[in-house]
Design a binder for this molecule. Structure first.
Ligand code: ARG
Length: 227
């Protein structure tokens, strides 16, 4: 082997916010999860090497715009508002908002009963946006998902509104909490890139099509979502 002349693969800086199990979370200090595996598979196809960056959720879009990262994969919902600033790949997961309450304090049964209640959300999440639209709700915004859940367990808030899969996880891990489904609109998770990086989003889309066709996507779904 002649050393010294091998060039590494092109680097891709990928941002996420690793407190959103099972999409991205920390395990022994390492970022793992469905999104991580999916993005690594995409990178394999497109011949890139990923450098992962773990940042606050509301810092992801600014980090993309200022080129600190090139891609966001973070269970991020492709909202109309966000589409003004970034390009999204095709949808890779569908979810919706759910509510968590304390079993011993079942203050609401449905989303339209939130009015007048103390409701915890995570700053900038789609749950924050949905709850903030309801008049008369006392919205408590937390910096992270686990902080919102801690506030619920300490009865500082009566309800937490959160994406379905992480909400299910917290319900499983905390038997004192109850999970309630909502009829708030379906949400589509997609990968975000800068508007100017058209070739990149095309490559990601092509890779996603391939991964869905060759069974890799289904394998990852089974790995992270079968109970
Ligand atoms: N789907 C929600 C949103 O787009 C929450 C995503 C939170 N993701 C995370 N990795 N913390 O606002």
């Amino acid at each position: 082997v002649i050393s010294g002349l091998s060039f590494g693969a092109e680097k891709l800086y990928v941002g996420t916010n690793a407190e959103f199990e099972p999409f991205e979370y920390l395990q022994n200090g390492e970022i793992v999860g469905f999104d991580v595996d999916l993005m690594e598979e995409i990178a394999k196809i497109t011949g890139k090497e990923i450098i992962w960056k773990n940042i606050a959720f509301d810092g992801l879009l600014p980090a993309l715009q200022t080129k600190k990262i090139d891609v966001i994969i973070a269970g991020m919902t492709a909202t109309e508002e966000r589409k003004k600033f970034v390009n999204f790949s095709q949808t890779y997961y569908e979810s919706n908002q759910m509510m968590l309450i304390n079993k011993e304090n079942p203050v609401v049964k449905s989303f339209d009963e939130l009015k007048g209640h103390h409701v915890g959300v995570v700053l900038g999440y789609t749950g924050d946006i949905a709850v903030s639209e309801i008049e008369g709700v006392k919205v408590h915004r937390y910096n992270g998902t686990s902080e919102a859940i801690m506030a619920l367990k300490a009865q500082k808030v009566e309800v937490v509104v959160l994406d379905s899969e992480p909400a299910k996880n917290y319900a499983k891990q905390n038997p004192e909490l109850e999970l309630i489904n909502t009829d708030v609109a379906k949400e589509e998770y997609a990968i975000a890139v800068r508007k100017t990086d058209e070739a990149l989003v095309e490559d990601i889309d092509k890779a996603l099509v391939e991964l869905k066709a060759n069974g890799t996507y289904d394998k990852l779904i089974k790995k992270y979502f079968s109970d």
